[in-house]
Write a protein that binds this ligand. Structure first.
Ligand SMILES: [Cu+2]
Length: 498
């Protein structure tokens, strides 16, 4: 990930026709005349530029080659986004953790798909003054923010929008540490922020005459507020991201009626749930696609305890990453009751105080999120000192996320819903796409404790903190007798400290 030095400073164009060997006097005279002529034109041109900073209506615009350094990451395009008219090349580096490319909409030029750390040079040839649109063509990435204007204008300077890139270069004249500190601090102070919409709501079934639990789902495209003011087109079940939680008991007869109001065919795969083959939701093999406007009912017996998910299978690279995913649980979680793990005994009658699904995503219109929200829109977990939490991680994204908890070790007792014979404690748990990890932790210390993905570009960018971060806010237990009525710290008190 190299950072470009400043692009070439604009210089006046060379006179083209001066390459003669020039022996004869007459020729020297001619050349002198020519130089004078070119100089005059250049001076006139410069005056024109000074008078009219826009496009230089005359047409004698400076024409110099520029190489612009750009970086691709989840989900932004940063770097030098302005240049003077002339030959423009882009040195594009993928500093993210997923594949990206860069396309110039107006010219159609595009880099190959770049893996993490790869770069490519995209020669665009001569660009006239104007605004060009750069974007990543991976499905959903432009919608998530990987879109940026490239401004070609005679008044462009080497600086311009280059601040983002220069911010990493301590030697750059544009490096402004105080400003960078302030941007980060301001972005963190915005937490927790309220947003419209909440996912993971528990879906109540209709109980049919024979005891079957019938759940009704509608898939549709909705406006979803990922973080304050950032509203995206989500593909959602029942208008929420993640979709509603379905919880049934072992042995239940389950029906799920899905009406597809998205524009494309769909189906539902019950990930980690055992079903008859024709209920596996893999069209066209196990069923016909549920076309736009159609309804299909899945029916199966909930055979085994499971901590699973449900999501679309057909067009999953669009619909799932854009929001069509949710948690599905059968029976009780397999708590390690009566076990002693690294010296910590879990009581025979253990019950958690709080249960929490933690659904991870990183792609599509939803982007880097916890439970469908990006910091500061992520919901803090507010606890009382001593509370036990049962959290289930579900990764519905495209890359792994090492989920790190400050202060409280997490007891991993089930992987993909399957109870572990040897549960273990860890402060960081790497959750790959499709995986589920079920953990317990106890909030033994008051304070605001950060809980986040430890891929640092999933939580911070030059514009501040974002993405896969939330906090565990632990209110101190009242130190006086039980009959003291209301002394616990409020959420605001606690979050103000952070
Ligand atoms: Cu991550």
């Amino acid at each position: 990930m190299t950072i470009l030095e400043d692009p070439p400073t604009p210089t006046v164009p060379d006179g083209r026709a001066q390459n003669d060997s020039g022996g004869a006097l007459a020729f020297i005279a001619m050349a002198g005349l020519l130089i004078a002529l070119v100089a005059t034109v250049v001076v006139i041109g410069l005056i024109g530029l000074l008078r009219d900073e826009s496009d230089g209506a005359g047409g004698v615009a400076a024409s110099v080659p520029s190489t612009l350094g750009l970086t691709l990451s989840e989900f932004s395009i940063d770097g030098q986004l302005s240049a003077v008219p002339g030959d423009v090349s882009l040195l594009v580096t993928n500093t993210g953790s997923q594949q990206h490319n860069l396309v110039v909409r107006e010219t159609g030029a595009e880099t190959p798909m770049l893996d993490t750390g790869e770069n490519a040079t995209l020669a665009l040839g001569a660009l006239e003054a104007g605004s060009y649109e750069l974007f990543c063509s991976v499905a959903g990435h432009a919608e998530s923010g990987m879109i940026a204007p490239l401004e070609i204008s005679a008044s462009a300077t080497a600086g311009g929008e280059a601040a983002a890139l220069d911010s990493h270069d301590h030697n750059s004249p544009d490096f402004d540490a105080d400003k960078m500190d302030q941007i980060m601090i301001d972005s963190m102070a915005a937490f927790p922020a309220t947003t419209e919409g909440k996912g993971n709501q528990i879906l109540e079934p209709e109980i049919l005459a024979d005891g079957t639990k019938k759940f009704t789902l509608e898939a549709s495209i909705i406006d979803w507020e990922v973080s304050p003011g950032q509203i995206v087109e989500a593909w959602a079940y029942n208008g929420q991201v993640p979709g509603p939680q379905i919880i049934v008991d072992v042995g239940d007869n389950v029906q799920v009626e899905l009406t597809n109001n998205t524009p494309m065919g769909t189906d539902i795969h019950w990930h980690g749930i055992q079903t008859p083959n024709d209920m596996d939701g893999v069209s066209p093999f196990t069923q016909d696609p549920i076309r736009a406007g159609e309804t299909f009912t899945y029916e199966f017996v909930a055979q085994n305890q499971a901590i699973g998910m449900y999501h679309a299978h057909l067009h999953s690279q669009i619909s799932v990453v854009n929001g069509m995913f949710a948690a599905f649980r059968i029976g009780e979680r397999p708590y390690p009751r009566g076990m002693t793990i690294s010296g910590v005994a879990i009581p025979d009658d253990f019950e958690p105080d709080v249960e929490l699904p933690m659904v991870l995503n990183d792609a599509g219109t939803i982007g880097l999120t916890l439970n469908g929200k990006s910091f500061p829109g992520t919901e803090p977990l507010v606890l009382d000192e001593g509370d036990w939490v049962a959290a289930d991680y579900y990764n519905e994204g495209l890359t792994a996320h090492p989920m790190h908890q400050h202060q409280f070790p997490q007891l991993v007792y089930a992987k993909d819903g399957i109870p572990l014979d040897y549960p273990y404690w860890a402060d960081t748990i790497n959750v790959a796409p499709g995986e589920r990890y079920s953990v317990l932790f106890q909030a033994v210390d008051p304070g605001v404790w950060v809980w986040h993905c430890h891929i640092l570009t999933h939580v911070e960018r030059d514009t501040g903190m974002f993405g896969m971060v939330t906090a565990v806010i632990v209110n101190a237990a009242a130190t006086t007798d039980d009959d003291v009525e209301e002394e616990p710290a409020t959420t605001e008190d606690a979050s103000a400290e952070g």
